[in-house]
Design a protein around this ligand. Structure first.
Ligand SMILES: [Mg+2]
Length: 435
């Protein structure tokens, strides 16, 4: 008899990162990195793991969203084929009543992503493969059938997607070998949090270069004079050959972005990330057209439709997928295919809790089976909280090593889950965490 999903546990996990200003930027000065964490259990004793990343308050809302999807998973057969995973994605994104809460954006959509990703983790674990390899072993036809093409066909048809995947198929084995040998390029945001003082910025920037990173990122957007000073300091520290991206975290209106970037441009920022609202497609296009710095966005882009428009409007130079904001692997596959169609490199967003662990699989799959390229592509890396995962991301000499463990690298250590459960875990019981 086929195994069924029998257990669906949702945990509210929070880390008190605001104490040290890790993760601080112009819009988010005091994040407590958090995960609404889902564990699936099966009737034959296996388990799958998924999560949404949040920055503290509201994590319980996302956890409730995940819980609302329980009926689509519990009591159902364990997903173990591409067709099963397409069905899970369709089911959790097309509930006729829950859809009203989006549609396909916000808390319910993120919750759907956690469920979809947990299903992928479960299926890949049972197949004995890391998700990047599990995906890379699927046929172009299976991959195309994973995607919901509704609202996309004016920019990308299933036949065009099939052509992209078939064109990459002959090189899959060779690129897999290269990936296993060389890894995938990373950049680090660790030096650039807005709350860090100059000494810490310099120390971490020096360490990044010594560790082999060829790109770092600084937060900007709170104070122009300060941004100029910090950018000059960073440039002086790393020299002319290291790329320095800057990230405004949605802080500006369009005119403000243009004025600010005119001042920063002489210091050669590699890209400006999230210059304005993630919903403002035409605003991004205006920023891109109105100044010389390349434009990147995507970590808060709600779904494949907005990515489609950003690409159609020529609004971005880099697409920054996030593994846990849209509806999981399936929707990110749609976005990878759109980016490939438009010839725009994908440079995934990561950091947070477990985002490096997840998104590395999607970038590696993109290289092996979709775009076929690592040129101008880098995955963000932030050196925080990896110790809470059983299969942490490994970055050596500025490159992600290809994960070898089965699954999506999504499983947190049980002792970390117990310690950081909010509000009753021991980490939250001391007086220094009054919230
Ligand atoms: Mg960012």
């Amino acid at each position: 008899m086929r195994a069924t999903v029998t257990g669906f546990e949702v945990h509210d996990i929070r880390f008190p990162t605001s104490e040290r200003l890790d993760g601080s930027d112009a819009m988010n000065p005091d994040p407590d990195y958090s995960a609404a964490y889902l564990v699936l259990h099966t009737s034959d004793g296996s388990a799958g793991y998924g999560f949404c990343f949040t920055i503290g308050r509201g994590n319980e809302v996302v956890a409730a969203g995940i819980d609302a999807l329980r009926p689509y998973v519990v009591g159902r057969p364990v997903p173990c084929t591409a067709a099963d995973l397409a069905a899970v994605h369709r089911a959790v994104t097309h509930d006729s009543q829950l859809r009203w809460l989006g549609p396909e954006k916000g808390v319910m959509h993120m919750a759907a992503g956690a469920v979809v990703n947990a299903a992928w983790d479960l299926a890949a674990r049972r197949a004995g493969a890391p998700v990047w390899r599990y995906l890379s072993g699927m046929t172009p036809e299976e991959l195309v059938a994973l995607v919901d093409f509704r609202y996309l066909s004016d920019a990308l048809t299933p036949d065009e997607a099939l052509d992209i995947l078939r064109a990459a198929e002959p090189g899959r084995a060779e690129r897999t070998r290269k990936l296993l040998r060389e890894g995938y390029p990373a950049y680090t945001s660790s030096p650039g949090w807005l709350g860090y003082d100059d000494a810490k910025l310099v120390r971490l920037a020096e360490r990044a270069v010594a560790d082999g990173f060829r790109q770092i990122k600084l937060k900007v957007g709170a104070d122009l004079d300060e941004d100029v000073r910090r950018l000059r300091l960073a440039r002086k520290t790393v020299g002319p050959d290291i790329r320095i991206a800057v990230d405004a975290n949605q802080r500006w209106d369009v005119g403000e972005a243009l004025r600010w970037l005119a001042v920063l441009a002489p210091y050669d920022p590699y890209w400006i990330e999230e210059p304005t609202s993630p919903d403002d497609v035409l605003g991004h296009a205006a920023v891109r057209a109105g100044q010389p710095v390349r434009v990147a966005t995507g970590e808060h882009v709600a779904n494949r439709v907005v990515f489609k428009q950003l690409l159609q409007a020529g609004a971005v130079d880099f697409v920054q997928i996030d593994a846990a904001r849209v509806a999981g692997v399936n929707e990110n596959l749609a976005i990878l295919l759109l980016a490939a169609k438009f010839g725009v490199p994908v440079c995934p967003h990561a950091g947070g809790v477990g985002l490096c662990e997840l998104v590395q699989h999607l970038a590696m799959f993109d290289y092996v089976a979709v775009s076929g390229s690592r040129e101008d592509r880098v995955v963000e890396y932030v050196d925080h909280l990896h110790e809470h995962f059983t299969d942490p991301a490994v970055v050596v000499a500025g490159r992600y090593r290809a994960p070898g463990a089965p699954g999506f690298s999504a499983r947190m250590r049980p002792e970390s889950v117990a310690a950081h459960t909010y509000p009753d875990g021991p980490v939250w019981q001391t007086p220094k965490h009054p919230s």
